[in-house]
Design a protein around this ligand. Sequence first.
Ligand code: ANZ
Ligand code: ZN
Length: 803
Amino acid sequence: SEYYSPSDIEKKWQKIWEKEEAFKVGTDKSKPKYYALVEFPYPSGQGLHVGHPRPYTALDIIARKRRLEGYNVLYPMGWDAFGLPTENYAIKNHIHPKIVTKRNIENFTKQLKALGYSFDWDREVNTTDPNYFKWTQWIFLQLFKKGLAYKTEMPINWCTSCKVGLANEEVVGGVCERCGSEVVRKVKSQWMLKITEYADKLIDDLDMVDYVDKIKVSQVNWIGRSVGAEVDFKIAGKEESLRIFTTRPDTLFGATYMVISPEHPLIDKYKDEIENYDALMNYREQAAKKSDFERTELVKDKTGVCIDGLSAINPVNGKEIPIWISDYVLMTYGTGAIMAVPAHDERDWEFAKKFNLPIVEVVAGGNVNEAAFTNTTTGKLVNSDFLNGLEVAEAKVKILEWLNKKGIGTKKVNYKLRDWVFSRQRYWGEPIPLVHCDTCGYVPIPESELPLMLPEVESYEPTDNGESPLAKMTDWVETTCPQCGGKAHRETDTMPQWAGSSWYFLRYIDPHNQEAFASKEELDYWLPVDWYNGGMEHTTLHLLYSRFWHKFLYDQGLVSTPEPYKKRTSHGMILGENNEKMSKSRGNVVNPDDIINEFGADTLRTYEMFIGAFDLSAAWSQEGVKGCRRFMDRVWKLKDMMKDEAGYSAELETKMHQTIKKVSLDYENMKYNTAIAAMMSLVNEFYRIGSVTRGEFKTLLVLLNPVAPHITEELWELIGEQGRIYQQTWPVFDEEKTIEDTVEIAVQINGKVKANLAISLDEKQEEVEAKAKSIDSIKAAIEGKNIVKVIYVPGRILNIVVK
Ligand code: ANZ
Ligand code: ZN
């Protein structure tokens, strides 16, 4: 056909690929495998966002390239479909979330298919499908049986609007991550998963994987492993001690006062002896209104109250020191009590300055009247008796020995990571497959009864007291104990949104298996995921959770690798034209369907890869989209310029090899924008020369195919090539032929450029000189003059000095 009409050819090729099962995962296990993974979407009512195609196209490029390189490729897609927005929509519109979900998935599927991704759709998973969540429940039961799921009363983050408990990770800056409403503390009985048991492995095993640095760093910081000591300080005049956690036991001689959390039980225990109990209670009440974040991060101005009538003894020097309460010490970390060393800790320094407490320098090197000296690598101990003269590291070892010998201190490791709140009081989630029996406690339902289905309810709202709507279904709730046959109640909490995504990459490996979540044989072949790309915002949530589940399954011998993902990368966000987040309220949302209708999916794919460095955010530009469409048009017209010659032309041979090399490497390094720029530059060369050989055109089509799969297949067919591009092999380049052997040099007369000259790099000065002198303008410039000197800078400049 004469004109480039993406709407016709894109549908045509999508049908052909489907019919030919072009991207169905191969069964030949002798081939090397490649598992490329992107985060499956939450099928919201809004449909696909232009942010989705960025990562999906990026790994589609890798998946398509790997197939051409001879790999057996798994590139799957599915739906993370349980969750609040669907449930909230169901509540408002009185439609079953199942129906809403089905509708949304249909829409998303249509949109993704229109983008021409090479997903193997036979492996589609849906976390709300009973055949799927049966295994989510099964894995939960394994965790329960191994003691890694437990129920406890605890203060949880409670969103006042969603009426749901939130994990710490879901509270951002003191408000609910989903709806932005205020989050308060509420004591509730919750199911917890012991992710803390895996804290060390989750840090240490990062050494095994290839994650971009900022992802590793943020996981390590989130887990927050902190090596230090617990030390007991005697309370003056009592037998009892106050235990503190410190990372700096070396600074013990500098501890001039102590601080306990306002919630610390010590206060209530010595209520009768404390002279200002009321003032302490007053302060405690104020502190309770603040989030941990406000108490530690936001407030620079320190507050606190000194406890009158109670003091402590510093064990290293026997000095009596006061005990304060302050909200910067949290009850939920360490022991809820600290020794304050104002000379070497910033928070303590600010506190001491404010309340005029003594500051004693114990590590030399700073000026502790001006600021806390927190450096631990320079400086020696001072004012510290038997530690004097030691380096910080040496002093830590020595003081620990001393504390151990005295029986008042030991090494201790603390983590910021908390166990994972694993229950929600909502309808649209996986039912927790446990019953509670008064005699037997919590008992798993028999595995043969999985999946435990959600009952039909009248309304999906949580009850007023915050219980799940399932609690109202007495028929469903009342059951018998699988262990003793007595009366029992079903657990009515459901699992959080993060449950289904914690193992979905395993189900893709063997999605139709009825006997197991996946067979050992398939798992052995496909694991680990070779490349997983996803959002930075999932680093301390989904990415950490799924590593935890995987490690648990590994310890049970159920999967073959200690880590699920070999490589993890992250994409930047796509912003509105004015560099703001796209949102309905700003009216700057770009709908991918509109772009596809107007310009074609190949243009959208190319544009999203060309928009900027993949890991950085980038602003949408309609002009940029048009530019990519013009590139498609230029590629399209090359068919009319093609000369039927199989090889590369002499003129473009180097350029061809260079382009293959650049595009191949750039794809691997996620430098999609520069790969596309290189292909644009090659196309410019074809236009400059006015023709393209069949060999050159074919190479271009294969290189461009991963980015723009439809137009390239169509052109391949139009020029009468056999087979499809998806059946070809990836072009190879010859390193030697990528090296430029001709260069342009400047020819100067008395330092002024008069002409340019193309020469070969191996040409000698005499040859270059001779050539230069044969150029007309040079000839004219030296005629009748004396050549005083000729200076040649090889490959760059030839300067002829004349008089
Ligand atoms: C004395 C000291 C001297 C400290 C010094 C630091 C520097 P990370 O790294 O976060 O574990 N701390 C301990 N428990 C606390 C709590 N519940 N709330 C607030 N702060 C607490 O920090 C550990 C350090 O934070 C501990 O070491 C303690 O202060 C403080 F030059 O002890 B340090
Ligand atoms: Zn029982």
